[in-house]
Design a protein around this ligand. Structure first.
Ligand code: GTP
Ligand code: MG
Length: 518
């Protein structure tokens, strides 16, 4: 194939074997019409190049080659949309050509259906039928070129299998419809031109002669696996290759039938691609929205976890990347509690029962502490540690912790152990006040921790206490007597505190207004 450039457009030059071309008035008129014919699905005729040596027909170059090339290329996958788009565009091009002064094609075949860079069909090699002489190198090539030719044309132009003059016909519109049916078969089945299912190899010559014979039933390409194919398209194909050419539909009716059959489908490939891209981007938007919601959900979860691990003000600072330095708090109050004989109780229960018991108990504790200005520092097994006055200093920290301790004890007294309904749960509670250092420790599992003697003594108040009693230290006792809450406290005596020697302690019994105390 010869290609070139003409006035900035890519062209294909087709050699005409006639060296001394004599153009009649009719031919010149046809050339003028061809130059003026301009339609989306007809390949543009550029002109004739009459060289003293050779004559060329110039037509627009289509970058994707012919439909035949595309169908033969196994790498190219054609989905239903592509196929329908090709079929619909051939119908449009042929309808336009038939309604034009050119009237008919005459050599319609898959090699004359070109596809341009935008996958748009352009029918080519139309017009100038009298001039388009072609001499094929072999008999086989000649018969190959006749595979699209309608039987009535073959009968007119092929006197016998030996005397061939395939270029002597002008063709007809009904013959073009037949050629279209052969192309339809090529598109639908993608098995090559005029595929014949047979054990023996059937040559193009045999096919052409059988079609020419007009034998009944008419000899046509094999159509197998019909179940998988589009029945509407097959019906169109059968009608178009009817032996009786008057029964073949014209392209105008084919075009309207086709568009009403596939009206819901957008058959323009570019529009199709744009719609696909639009759907894709819409999809993306929805996806982004969904993912954002999921992300927010996840963020909430991590926030919840972080806020449950440390005070909100500390978590906020950590989240915004601010370093949280350890801080000294001169006066805070600490609560410790522990379940009496927890180890024995755990030994008599299954691990699941133990977990359930602690879960129920801590839910109750958490509910109580929510109503006080306190911060739950941690739970270690059955031990529970709460502080007041950190991380935000608070004057009435001792009062808050004492009130909370009384409430928790009340809660424990009423607490029911699910798997031991007859057993009473008992706790020891210890309270202390003093200075602590608070800060975040650890990198992978950062924890907000309190350090100092105050914490150790508070723990000691609990461990040396008695069941269902609240033992308070001297320092705490001092702060509590200063409040107006009228706490009832009794002296317990002295206990040994590691590193601090003997210390006087008290039992926090309740409040004066409390019926139980009165
Ligand atoms: N890529 C590309 N290939 C083309 C173009 N025009 C023709 N061809 C190729 O050239 C092959 C032969 O085209 P033609 O010389 O017209 O031969 P034909 O179509 O088989 O027969 P007639 O048109 O009847 O003469 C086609 O099958 C294409 O592969 C074009 O515009 N672009
Ligand atoms: Mg051609």
């Amino acid at each position: 194939m010869l290609t070139g450039q003409y006035l900035g457009i890519n062209v294909v030059l087709k050699h005409l074997p006639t060296n001394h071309l004599v153009l009649s008035r009719e031919d010149l008129l046809e050339l003028k019409i061809m130059k003026d014919l301009n339609f989306e699905h007809l390949n543009s005729f550029i002109g004739l190049c009459i060289d003293p040596e050779k004559v060329y027909i110039l037509s627009a170059f289509c970058s994707r080659g012919s439909l035949q090339d595309i169908l033969n290329d196994n790498v190219i996958k054609l989905d239903e949309n592509f196929k329908l788009s090709f079929i619909g565009e051939i119908m449009k091009g042929m309808d336009y050509l038939h309604k034009s002064p050119i009237k008919q094609h005459g050599r319609l075949k898959s090699s004359n259906v070109l596809v341009d860079g935008r996958w748009i069909v352009k029918i080519t090699d139309w017009g100038l039928m009298r001039v388009r002489q072609k001499e094929y190198d072999t008999v086989n090539e000649t018969f190959n070129a006749l595979l699209w030719t309608a039987p009535e044309i073959l009968r007119e132009t092929l006197e016998s299998s030996t005397s061939l003059s395939p270029n002597s016909w002008i063709g007809s519109q009904k013959a073009d419809v037949y050629s279209f049916a052969i192309i339809l078969h090529e598109i639908i089945f993608r098995l090559g031109t005029f595929y014949v299912q047979s054990d023996a190899c059937v040559s193009s010559r045999e096919i052409v002669m059988k079609v020419r014979s007009g034998e009944m039933p008419a000899f046509r390409p094999s159509t197998y696996e019909e179940g998988k194919q589009d029945h509407n398209l097959l019906a169109i194909m059968y009608e178009c290759w009817d032996e009786n050419n008057s029964k073949r539909p014209d392209f105008a009716s084919l075009k309207s039938r086709f568009s009403s059959l596939y009206k819901t489908k957008n058959l323009n490939l570019i529009d199709n691609m744009l719609t696909m891209m639009e759907n894709y981007s819409n999809n993306l938007e929805v996806l982004v929205e969904e993912r954002t919601v999921q992300l927010l959900e996840e963020k909430k979860k991590t926030d919840r976890l972080l806020y449950s691990m440390m005070p909100a003000s500390v978590a906020d600072r950590l989240k915004s990347g601010v370093k949280v330095d350890p801080e000294l708090y001169p006066s805070v109050s600490i609560y410790f509690s522990d379940i009496v004989s927890f180890t024995t109780m755990a030994a008599q229960s299954t691990p699941m029962q133990v977990v359930n018991l602690l879960n129920d108990l801590y839910i109750m504790f958490d509910d109580v502490i929510k109503t006080f200005n306190v911060y739950k520092v941690e739970t270690i097994g059955d031990a529970y540690m709460v502080a007041s006055g950190v991380p935000v200093p608070y004057d009435s920290h001792a009062l808050e912790i004492a009130m909370m301790a009384l409430k928790i004890r009340e809660g424990v007294a009423a607490f029911k152990i699910q798997h031991m309904p007859n057993k009473k749960l008992q706790v020891r509670i210890g309270l202390n006040s003093g200075s602590v250092v608070a800060g975040v420790v650890g990198l992978t599992m950062p924890r907000y921790c309190l350090f100092g003697d105050t914490v150790n003594t508070a723990s000691r108040m609990e461990s040396t206490g008695e069941a269902m009693k609240i033992q308070v230290s001297e320092a705490m006792h001092h702060l509590l007597t200063d409040t107006k809450a009228d706490f009832v406290m009794t002296e317990r005596g002295t206990i040994e505190v590691k590193g601090k020697g003997h210390q006087r302690t008290y039992w926090l019994v309740g409040q004066k207004c409390d019926a139980a105390v009165a």
